[in-house]
Design a protein around this ligand. Structure first.
Ligand code: ME8
Length: 724
């Protein structure tokens, strides 16, 4: 494999890195911000090393999932995509992320170039027409092996049965070539767990891949056969090449593509490794295009024990952290706390602890002490250090070690180690300062000796701060820019453009440099910071749920429609279960109550335990006919904030959609419910819980002492069908 493009010393001196392009079916959250912030930090360091860098991000806007989300929101897919893509871009701008291009897959430039790629693959004999009959996971936009009803192994949702004419890509032809490529390029994918997983996937055998769909429209038409739209992953993966000019006729685009391709790093979340390490290289091999130099997978940001994701309802928004502690605090926490490649927990408590410990009391306090003393004792001008004593030699050695360790660790994406080593220098500088106490005049020192000590110690500490700041810049760009000014070094943004990191070495702070005014960097976070962030999130959740229930616009990941679900699905429960009145206690004439509580769901279509039906009084067929039982499909399922037991569901009855609240949150993961076909009591009078209206009730077997089990079907049933 060739040397990584753009690394220091690389002849090319260029670096191209990408984030995944994010689906526009849900708003951005901290998980998305994590990947994008990692890329931003890398891009900033590369630029500061004088390397011509191109940082691409964007949004993935086609496919069945987005089409359905838009339908549910009552707008066109394009309007829907415009809105959410705007939110992603707006957030990246607010966080001052330095992306060079933001590609949207609905842009004309992308559409035409993807068609070019498709035509190239077809012309080169790697695409043929066939028929796909199998399972498809709409949420992951992925084909899944197995019979109808198979659960997607990646996300746990029910797959849909697809049977249609498709174009196929000859993926099977690349099995051996891919394995040889991985073998020859051990650095191609990482971390090691990803590498192992991908290799074992390819070794287990590759089957040809369906790369077009005919049963919906929201995609890029296959050139020459517009009944088909191109498979959304082929469309999406191609963004990395189309955005920098692949497939364009314009010589300027072609020049750009030659300049930046192949990408140095595709940074992704670990769940999409297969698409990036198997499909994408195979498409490129087939098209005769060079392969990316590396794919690097970040682990998952976890919150409340689970992967942070909208459908789980456990997201935190980057805006919240930004508002309370600032963007640098978020960047530092994510890169310092989570060893890159591993999963990491996000908690407000840990964030505040790191912020106060490392930034407010650590780096921030150090800068403030030194800059203030230079103003107080040295007239605001960098003093001449004079001859070094062993203390200065030791601190200098610490700084040189930090320079030596930080760069390679960072360039391996080992941000946590890089920062750990740099903060050792923060600590060493603090200790040095305290040990030499330039603020303390002792009787045994003459005035001249004291002035010399002050000059030596403050010049040395300020130089250490300069080194720390230069290295920390990609992670703390805002704070670093302020410190740079305070040290009289001018605008860091300009310095970064001029590759100030190339020559970073001890001794750059010139005596006589006029310092800028001291300015606070990281004010200590008060005790209520955690509560403030929590409150902002709660308020946001509440507004989102209310807005969703008011407009019928989904806040959660939107559901795939599902094939016949496996027999037992999930149970319906009202949030405040009424005591289960045994049917036997009811009078024969009593109608099956619409007010039937969740704990005692009307058992119409579900066989109740013998103990319950034994001796049950009879009802007439007319009594039964009063209960309107219908087949519905769960489109959206999410937790109701501050209600442990409640899930808010949006269900589709075919003829209408409605919201139902169900007290099953302790027994079912909301994201696993999506797509399930269930039975609901459709004519139950609406009622309000937690300020939200519930229009109907789910049916379930109410097992004695056990979890509820939802009623479902073995065969496929149309939505809205009445149970009689
Ligand atoms: O998969 N922890 O888009 P997506 C860490 N459109 N990273 C997270 C995360 C979490 N909890 N949640 C999201 C797609 N991410 C496709 C990609 S690329 C050609 C097409 C980050 O909106 C992580 O980078 O589901 C993950 O891979 C990406 O967001 C998924 O975003």
């Amino acid at each position: 494999m060739t040397e990584a493009n753009g690394n220091p010393g690389s002849p090319a001196g260029r670096f191209y890195l990408t984030t995944p392009i994010y689906y526009v079916n849900a708003r951005p959250h901290l998980g998305h911000a994590y990947s994008t912030i990692v890329c931003d930090a890398v891009a900033r360091r590369k630029r500061a090393l004088g390397i011509e860098t191109w940082f691409l991000t964007g949004t993935d806007e086609h496919g069945q999932k987005i089409e359905r989300s838009a339908k549910l929101a009552g707008c066109s897919p394009q309007e829907f995509a415009d809105r959410i893509a705007g939110e992603f871009r707006g957030l990246w701008d607010r966080l001052e992320l330095t992306y060079d291009d933001f590609i949207r897959t609905t842009e004309e430039r992308h559409v035409r170039r993807v068609q070019h790629l498709f035509a190239t693959l077809r012309d080169r004999g790697y695409i043929y027409k066939g028929r796909y009959a199998g399972q498809y996971c709409v949420s992951d936009e992925a084909y899944v092996d197995g019979p109808p009803g198979t659960i997607c192994p990646d996300c746990g949702r029910v797959t849909e049965t697809v049977s249609e004419e498709n174009y196929f890509f000859k993926l099977s032809a690349f099995e051996r070539r891919l394995l040889e490529f991985y073998e020859a390029n051990p650095g191609f994918m990482g971390p090691e767990s990803t590498r192992r997983e991908v290799i074992s996937f390819v070794r287990s055998g590759l089957r040809d891949l369906s790369v077009s769909r005919t049963t919906f429209d929201w995609g890029i038409p296959v050139p020459g056969d517009e009944r088909h739209v191109i498979y959304v992953w082929l469309d999406a993966l191609a963004n990395y090449a189309t955005a920098i000019g692949y497939g364009s006729d314009d010589p300027k685009d072609q020049e750009k593509f030659r300049k930046f391709w192949p990408a140095d790093i595709h940074l992704i979340g670990k769940e999409i490794s297969r698409f990036h390490c198997v499909y994408w290289p195979a498409f490129l091999m087939a098209a005769g295009v060079a392969l990316p130099r590396s794919v690097r997978a970040n682990g998952w940001l976890l919150f409340d024990q689970g992967k942070m994701s909208k459908s789980r309802g456990n997201i935190v928004r980057a805006e919240t952290v930004h508002e309370v502690l600032g963007a640098d605090a978020l960047r530092y926490f994510l890169l310092r706390e989570i060893p890159f490649g591993q999963d990491g927990n996000f908690t407000f408590e840990a964030l505040v602890q790191r912020y106060n410990g490392d930034l407010a009391n650590g780096y921030g306090n150090l800068v403030s002490r030194v800059v203030n003393m230079v103003h107080k004792y040295c007239g605001g001008v960098a003093p001449e250090a004079g001859a070094a004593t062993p203390a200065e030699t030791t601190l200098r050695a610490h700084a040189e070690a930090a320079i030596a360790v930080f760069g390679p660790a960072f360039d391996q994406l080992n941000f946590s180690e890089a920062l750990k080593s740099l903060w050792l220098l923060v600590a060493a500088t603090d200790i040095y300062l305290t040990a030499n106490a330039p603020w303390k005049k002792t009787p045994e020192r003459s005035d001249a000796e004291h002035a010399a000590l002050q000059a030596r110690v403050l010049a040395t500490a300020a130089e250490a701060i300069r080194v720390i700041t230069a290295l920390a810049y990609p992670i703390l760009p805002d704070a670093a820019a302020k410190v740079w000014r305070q040290l009289g070094q001018g605008e860091l943004a300009d310095a970064a453009k001029n590759g100030f990191l190339i020559h970073l070495a001890w001794g750059g702070l010139q005596p006589g440099t006029k310092f800028g005014e001291p300015a606070p960097l990281f004010p200590r976070a008060e005790k209520d910071a955690v509560e403030r962030m929590q409150k902002l999130e709660d308020e946001n959740n509440r507004t989102a749920v209310e807005a969703a229930s008011a407009n019928g616009v989904s806040e959660a990941t939107i559901a795939p429609a599902a094939p016949p679900a496996a027999a037992a699905i999930q149970a319906a429960e009202a949030p405040v279960p009424a005591p289960a009145a045994p049917a036997a206690a009811k009078k024969a004439t009593e109608p099956l109550a619409p007010q039937a509580s969740a704990a005692a769901p009307a058992p119409a279509a579900v066989e109740a335990p013998a103990s319950v039906i034994e001796g049950a009084a009879h009802i007439t067929i007319d009594d039964f006919a009063k209960v309107e039982l219908r087949v519905a499909q769960i489109l959206v399922a999410e937790r109701v904030p501050k209600a442990d037991k409640l899930l808010r569901l949006e269900v589709d009855l075919g003829y209408e959609k409605r919201q139902i609240l169900a007290g099953i949150a302790q027994h079912y993961e909301p994201e696993k419910l999506i797509g399930r076909k269930i039975v609901i009591v459709a004519n139950l009078a609406p009622r309000k819980m937690r300020g939200l209206e519930s229009n109907g009730m789910l049916l379930a077997a109410s097992l004695e002492g056990g979890a509820p089990v939802l009623a479902g079907f073995l065969e496929d049933v149309p939505l809205g069908a009445r149970l009689k």
